[in-house]
Design a protein around this ligand. Structure first.
Ligand SMILES: C[S@@+](CC[C@H](N)C(=O)[O-])C[C@H]1O[C@@H](n2cnc3c(N)ncnc32)[C@H](O)[C@@H]1O
Length: 298
């Protein structure tokens, strides 16, 4: 791996990788036991969107915290603040999600397909994120939120939730799906250039997004910048072999490469390396089938 040897190595910090090739209940129990924070919420069924959302009844501490470093370029009529005045040409991994058909299909079957690679589903993923982040967080960012599938679930538990995505179409759909009990702010920006002050966020969640980012290295550094010291970062992604037929993977591990110029997938040890170089500590990677979860702290 040429890039591993050419980049300076960050000071050694704690990290763990837990690999489970099957989805057996034993493997799941082993992973659950490893977690440090006890579960405090359940995967409740999602309420139907209400057309007219009432004002948020939530507390004011988080609401008044000044997390933005700059004013938005414009307020979009579709319900989000745009911090990205001059979008450049983007790779497929970003532009795909600007397509209205993809936006329409995303919560109507597209996201469900991730289960084939081991994703347990948004309810269970939100519970895992919540277990890791804990109760103390008030300001939580859903980075690359898409249609807000995770944002809405996080908004039930945290005082102030911000949904960020590059796709205006995704954010408009997220706004449409917001409900009275699941309210959140919406921001359009590139993951590598977010409009937040350094150290202003308690936690960041990035569901099924890391492989879509044009520069994961820059994105991780930017997430590290906006998190407060000790802040939690919870991310899920696909393992590098997710879309390669398994017999091929076993016979020719060296040719297994579902990364391209458009999407970038990683092996667990590559992720640990990237996270450490970005400055994160306590990097904990779990793998079930091709579903990867990374938990770490700033
Ligand atoms: C597969 S979706 C994940 C949506 C959601 N987080 C989930 O858990 O299903 C990936 C998202 O990453 C967003 N994305 C891609 N490139 C981005 C970038 N450069 N900056 C911010 N978001 C980006 C896409 O617009 C898309 O909404």
């Amino acid at each position: 791996m040429a890039f591993l040897s050419s980049v300076p190595v960050a000071p050694r910090q704690n990290f763990t990788i837990t690999q489970s090739r099957t989805c057996s209940s034993t493997a799941r129990r082993r992973i659950v036991r490893k977690r440090r924070t006890p579960p405090t919420c359940t995967a409740a069924a999602e309420p139907k969107p209400t057309p007219q959302a009432a004002p948020s009844p939530r507390g004011s501490d988080a609401q008044s915290r000044d997390i933005y470093a700059s004013a938005p370029y414009r307020r979009d009529a579709r319900g989000f603040d745009d911090y990205n005045p001059k979008p450049k040409r983007r790779p497929l991994s970003t532009s795909t999600f600007q397509n209205p058909l993809v936006v329409f299909l995303y919560e109507r079957g597209w996201r469900d397909q991730f289960a084939n690679s081991g994703f347990p589903g948004p309810d269970a993923e939100a519970v895992s994120a919540r277990e890791f982040i804990g109760d103390a967080a008030t300001v939580v960012l859903d980075a690359s939120c898409g249609t807000g599938i995770m944002t809405r679930r996080l908004a039930r538990d945290y005082e102030r939730v911000v949904a960020l995505d590059f796709s205006a179409a995704m954010l408009a759909e997220a706004a449409r799906r917001e409900t009275a009990t699941q309210k959140f702010e919406r921001v359009r920006a590139d993951i590598s250039a977010m409009p937040f002050r350094a150290g202003s966020l308690d936690a960041v969640v990035a569901g099924a997004a890391l492989h879509c980012w044009p520069s994961p290295q820059d994105a991780l550094r930017e997430i590290h910048r906006v998190l407060r010291p000790g802040g939690a970062f919870f991310a899920t992604t696909f393992q590098r072999d997710a879309f390669t037929p398994k017999p091929l993977t076993r016979l020719f591990p060296q040719i297994t490469n579902s990364s391209s110029a458009q999407y970038r997938f990683f092996w667990p040890d590559e992720l640990v390396y990237l996270y450490r170089v970005a400055g994160f500590r306590d990097v904990d990677v779990t793998v079930e089938k091709s579903f990867i979860t990374v938990r770490c702290r700033k």
